[in-house]
Design a protein around this ligand. Structure first.
Ligand SMILES: Nc1ncnc2c1ncn2[C@@H]1O[C@H](COP(=O)(O)OP(=O)(O)OP(=O)(O)O)[C@@H](O)[C@H]1O
Length: 265
């Protein structure tokens, strides 16, 4: 990554409130952040701090009340729903804590779903499914349905599916929340390798301190606000501007990015 490359995602002044009046919950307040190609950004924070809300707004699964989100140079928050769907299908990959696999489909068929949605020809789909299941270490599990796979295997199918259409940005909401610590580590290593070897940008929410070790940068949310300043996208660079109360892990953790990435997986 070079610091002057354009961000894969840039969000400015995101606000999202649920409910009204006294019962209103300000789940996301004035959040600004960005992530670069080849960067792994971890969002941490206690339960209810707004991680899912923020990720859903960034990924176009929810609409902020105000603020803007750019994916590359396209403004997601200004799009019609049909354009947002197209952008989600072609530019974004999602991994969910609950895996989100379709129970009656095999591992291979689950991975194939996003490719069908964008009209990829069958032969290309087949090759891509093989490639992705190999990538996540499930080359021998094409035909098994989710119920016949372990939790860690199911989440690897979820990761393979999220990569189906070569997303520029991976959004993973507590992807290891249902996994034991060893399996969680394997999952995060896979995500880290995708990011650092292939130049995919990733935003991952987690509670797990061990998983933060793989991060290039960690943001902390509290009551819907990013602590330690805003992770702004000034002049295309992604940085955290620390405040007095910022702890070291909220501040940018420099890592050696691989300058040249392999092809987007
Ligand atoms: N659809 C909704 N309607 C009303 N309130 C909501 C809704 N979704 C989330 N909230 C509230 O918004 C706040 C932030 O929730 P969110 O799920 O974003 O937090 P989180 O950090 O992801 O939590 P967790 O770590 O437990 O998943 C919480 O107070 C939650 O109760």
């Amino acid at each position: 990554m070079s610091s002057d490359s354009a961000p894969a995602m840039r969000a400015v002044g995101i606000n999202r409130t649920y409910g009204k009046g006294e019962s209103a919950v300000h789940a996301c307040q004035d959040a600004s952040l960005s992530v670069q190609p080849g960067e792994l950004l971890v969002v941490k924070g206690p339960s209810g701090s707004g991680k899912t809300t923020l990720l859903n707004c960034i990924g176009g699964l929810d609409e902020p009340d105000s603020g803007t989100v750019f994916i590359g140079d396209r403004e997601l928050t200004a799009m019609r729903e049909s354009d947002r769907v197209e952008l989600r299908q072609t530019q974004l990959g999602f991994v969910f804590q609950s895996f989100g696999l379709i129970p009656i489909l095999s591992a291979a068929e689950n991975v194939e779903v996003p490719m069908r949605l964008v009209g990829m020809p069958p032969a290309e789909r087949q090759a891509r499914v093989d490639e992705l299941l190999e990538l996540v270490g499930l080359a021998d599990h094409h035909h098994q349905r989710p119920a016949e796979l372990s939790g860690g295997q199911q989440q690897r199918v979820g990761l393979a599916r999220s990569l189906a259409n070569r997303p520029k940005l991976l959004i993973a909401d507590e992807p290891t929340g249902q996994l034991d610590s060893v399996t969680a580590g394997t999952m995060m290593d896979l995500i880290s390798d995708l990011v650092h070897s292939h130049g995919v940008a990733a935003i991952v929410s987690t509670h797990d301190p061990l998983l933060m070790q793989r991060a290039d940068r960690v943001l902390e949310l509290h009551d819907g606000r990013i602590l330690g300043g805003q992770a702004t996208a000034s002049a295309g660079a992604s940085s955290v501007e620390p405040s007095d109360e910022a702890s070291p892990e909220m501040i940018e953790v420099p890592r050696s990015y691989s300058g040249r990435h392999r092809r987007n997986p």
